[in-house]
Design a protein around this ligand. Structure first.
Ligand SMILES: [Zn+2]
Length: 239
């Protein structure tokens, strides 16, 4: 299975690394968008999903997480090796050139799943944060409307339900082959899908260091550096 657009791969090795940053639009601190995957890649992954749907009929898949009733784990799809090589490529060739240092953690576990939005599947998704320090979100198809991904800013666990500032709010329309990269703790939701079906491959990059500090903050009730409320509470930047 080809993972990346061959043209992209050739360009990757020919061009200076600095140019690769230009492929990614930075939408907020740590949030990036790039049109990156070929139709072939998307169709290969979707083929696995269709096979799973045919094989399992309407049986409910193993729950991928507490928010998606209709997601299918990459383990169930048999594409965990693809997920691992994709993240390895991202870690070595992309992450150091686009991500702030705080998000360049070593992932000690990955959780991959394919979400399905549509009349027969999930219709939307409520406001939440991910169980990840970084999330990769790849759109696998076109032919749908609505279902945009809407961000509301990064928060620590203490300030998770606070409002957001205008500059923290933005909306991303998925396109087939697009990659959205975002910090897991940037709060987000998915708008109602208004026509068609949308399939996305989601990968949560998880780190026990990040998880420990997240739950540590919950116990100490101290705001964390990345939180959008932090600079308001600590104007001198000292947390
Ligand atoms: Zn905070």
């Amino acid at each position: 299975m080809d993972i990346f657009d061959p043209d992209y791969l050739v360009a990757l090795f020919k061009r200076p690394f600095a140019n690769n940053r230009n492929q990614f639009s930075e939408l907020a601190d740590g949030v990036y968008y790039a049109q990156m995957f070929t139709d072939h890649f998307c169709e290969q992954v979707l083929g696995r999903v269709r096979h799973f749907e045919t094989k399992c009929g309407t049986d409910e898949p193993e729950t991928a997480n507490s928010m998606h009733w209709n997601a299918i784990t990459t383990k169930q799809l048999g594409i965990d090796p693809l997920v691992h090589s994709l993240v390895a490529f991202f870690d070595s060739e992309i992450s150091p050139y686009i991500l702030p240092e705080r998000l360049q953690l070593q992932a000690d576990s990955l959780h991959g799943y394919v979400v399905r939005y549509g009349p027969s599947w999930d219709q939307d998704l409520g406001f939440h944060v991910d169980d990840s320090f970084l999330t990769l979100n790849i759109c696998l198809n076109d032919g749908f409307t609505g279902s945009e991904l809407v961000f509301s800013g990064e928060r620590c666990p203490i300030h998770i339900d606070t409002g957001s500032f205008a500059e923290e709010q933005f909306c991303i329309e998925h396109k087939k082959g697009s990659l959205v990269v975002h910090p897991g703790k940037n709060r987000h939701h998915v708008n109602q899908i208004t026509s068609g079906e949308r399939y996305n491959l989601i990968i949560w990059c998880q780190s026990y260091i990040e998880r420990d500090s997240w739950f540590g903050a919950l116990e100490t009730r101290e705001c964390m550096d990345f939180c959008g409320m932090h600079s308001l509470l600590w104007p001198g930047g000292i947390g």
